[in-house]
Ligand binder design. Structure first.
Ligand code: GLV
Ligand code: MN
Ligand code: MN
Length: 409
């Protein structure tokens, strides 16, 4: 099997070179937001690759692209990841997993081997939530979790909702339920992903076998105060929305720093009127907190809510909009062992680790047996244009996955 490694790495390199071109921000990283021209071009590329291999290809109601290769059993294993990206992100996050899935299918087809299970290779839409703040669109759609009303609640920076954007894109949000999967037919879900952190690189391991995926809570918070002249309004009579937010963010940061493992991020901020000499009237910002200890997330958010109440007490108007709650997801114990056996038997150094990033596997893994493989990220960096994992390492994950599929019963 090992002589396949270079061949697969070479194909992956070509795929990455092509998909790298599909970005709204050339030379400034990958920006492939859901329901945009870039999404459409990317879906087209994936469909073409799947069709060339002779797979049966379809697009579902959420915009996921799915290629099927018939196995000896009707039971299905889905191998997927996401084709959307953050703004100015990297070429490997999500995309590498889909391309590895295509190469798993290609391996069976090229070698005239019928896989033991029917394989669905899936390019999923909007895992990141970069445009609408939510995310996990396709994976939640598989579980029938989107109502038409939900799709109207999430809006982008221009005020377009999922519902509006889907219509403009040519999908039918009223029929999102059609993306729901009959879970009884599923053997399970497998996702290959770049690690996005430094653990594998530091430990000098070629393969990571994921144990759990972290819990996440996300919100948008809006604080409205009062605009005033920046030179004449005394400090004690101001209702400065930015200063108010700063206090809250500082409290949140202190909480996060005093709990380990825990991370907290305020990655998106909008200020109105955003002028150098006007006391800010309004601020809207995101909060993303993560930990394997769900109770810490609850406690941290309670603290934020208390701060907002206090601000309301002194005249500010506050709003807190939840956009995501993921609880911890555990990968299937038996499958972790099989993945380790596969990696060992192929001679690839490996270790178990937890994921601090969210993945479609976190949603699907709540409903069906799920496993995840990580590939080292150079410099442990991701969600940046420089993100890089070697195609050879990705090809190793492909070979481990094939061995795993052949081994599980
Ligand atoms: C997705 O990459 C996330 O973890 O936010
Ligand atoms: Mn990501
Ligand atoms: Mn990802």
């Amino acid at each position: 099997m090992k002589n396949q490694l270079d061949f697969i790495a070479d194909r992956l390199e070509k795929h990455i070179a092509e998909t790298k071109k599909i970005t709204a921000t050339p030379n400034k990283g990958i920006t492939r937001l859901p329901f945009t021209l870039e999404s459409k071009r990317c879906v087209h590329y994936l469909e073409e690759q799947m069709k060339q291999l002779g797979m049966t290809v379809s697009e579902d109601a959420s915009g996921a692209v799915i290629g099927v290769i018939q196995g000896k059993s009707e039971e299905r294993i889905m191998i997927g990841s996401h084709y959307d990206s953050v703004e100015h992100g990297g070429a490997y996050d999500g995309m590498a997993g889909i391309l590895c899935g295509i190469e798993i299918a290609a391996y069976y087809i090229r070698n005239n081997i019928i896989p033991p299970y029917t394989l669905e290779i899936a390019g999923l839409n909007d895992e990141e939530g970069a445009r609408f703040g939510g995310g996990y669109l396709s994976s939640k759609a598989f579980l029938g979790k989107w109502s038409t009303n939900d799709l109207k609640q999430y809006v982008d920076k221009n005020g377009l909702s999922y519902y509006d954007a889907m219509k403009l894109y040519g999908l039918e949000p009223e029929h999102m339920i059609r993306a729901q999967r009959p879970l009884s037919k599923w053997k399970g879900y497998l996702e290959i992903h770049v690690e996005q952190g430094p653990i594998l690189e530091n430990a000098k391991k070629e393969i990571g076998i994921v144990e759990t995926i972290v819990a996440i809570k996300r919100y948008y918070i809006t604080i409205v105060g009062k605009a005033d002249h920046a030179g004449t309004q005394p400090m004690n009579t101001r209702s400065d929305a930015v200063m108010a937010a700063m206090g809250l963010i500082h409290h949140m940061n202190e909480y996060v720093l005093s709990h380990k493992p825990m991370v907290g991020t305020v990655g998106e901020i909008h200020v109105y009127p955003n002028e150098i000499n006007i006391v800010p009237e309004e601020i809207t910002f995101s909060i993303d907190v993560r930990s394997s200890k769900e109770e810490w997330l609850e406690e941290c958010i309670e603290l934020v809510e208390e701060d907002l109440k206090e601000l309301e007490g002194i005249g500010f108007k506050c709003k807190m909009k939840p956009t995501l709650t993921n609880t911890v997801t555990h990968m299937k114990t038996e499958w972790k062992k099989v993945l380790k056996e596969s990696a060992d038997s192929l001679g690839f150094s490996n270790m178990f680790l937890d994921s601090g990033a969210g993945h479609d596997a976190a949603i699907i893994g709540k409903a069906v047996d799920t496993a995840m493989l990580f590939v080292p990220s150079v410099g442990g960096r991701s969600h940046i244009p420089e993100e890089y994992s070697s195609e050879k390492d990705l090809a190793k994950a492909v070979l481990v996955a094939i061995d795993f599929i052949n081994k599980i019963d």
